[in-house]
Design a protein around this ligand. Structure first.
Ligand code: SAH
Ligand code: MG
Length: 200
């Protein structure tokens, strides 16, 4: 990558910080970009594009990679369109402006990356595993949710937050109990779950 690309990445990260857009943490993005290279992931379906940061980083890491990514927030979607253009990745990143809970995505992917509304992970998983290749991976971000997932319920003050944290715990249990996948939980960034589909 040349200096301009690095400067553009820095600018994108600054926009996220200034506008409180929860893009992946450095540790998480390092893991993800290494993962798509190491496992020869050439197609990704991403739920939750925000401003396109993680999609762009994956595409830059692996020149064979194509990403389809879904975002429901208009402002973020438009910012993502702008960023993808800036990196000239329009031919490898397809943005879908839609609520992922009722979008219709065609095609099969090597990997699905879930990084949207944290309370809906089971729904996203069950809907989009239909788009996952037989030996594909489903990766989920924010499994620790800023360390709250491992806290006692009475240590979390807000009721809404408690409910959300319970849903992330339920998702963790759902993954562990899912016989079709082998799952690993990594304490990287904000917590990453890697589920590999295992054909029986
Ligand atoms: N993956 C991005 C960060 C995504 S932040 C990165 O690391 O660069 C989560 C995004 O998911 C938010 O922009 C939010 O608007 C979007 N989102 C949440 N629920 C969604 C849904 N049901 N459908 C589509 N997008 C959703
Ligand atoms: Mg995230």
């Amino acid at each position: 990558m040349n200096q301009t690309v690095y400067a553009d990445i820095r600018e994108m990260k600054k926009y996220a910080l200034d506008n409180k857009v929860p893009i992946m943490q450095d540790e998480g993005i390092d893991y993800l970009t290494t993962f798509v290279v190491k496992n020869q992931i050439n197609s990704v379906l991403e739920i939750g594009s925000a401003i396109g940061y993680s999609a762009i980083m994956m595409a830059l890491a692996n020149p064979n990679l194509k990403v389809t990514t879904i975002e429901r927030d208009r402002e973020r979607y438009l910012e993502a369109v702008k960023n993808i253009k800036q990196f000239q990745l329009e031919d490898r990143i397809t943005l879908v402006f839609h609520d992922a809970l009722d979008a219709n995505i065609e095609g099969m992917f090597d990997m699905i990356f879930i990084d949207a509304a944290k309370g809906q992970n089971i729904k996203f998983f069950e809907k989009y595993e239909n788009n996952l290749k037989e030996d594909g991976y489903i990766i989920t971000d924010n499994m620790n949710f800023h360390g709250l997932v491992d806290k006692l319920d009475n240590e979390i003050e807000s009721k809404n937050l408690r409910a959300l944290v319970r849903k992330i715990r339920d998702y963790r249990t759902f993954l562990i109990n899912n016989q079709n996948y082998q799952v690993e939980f990594l304490n990287i960034g904000d917590g990453i779950a890697v589920a590999k589909r295992e054909e029986k």
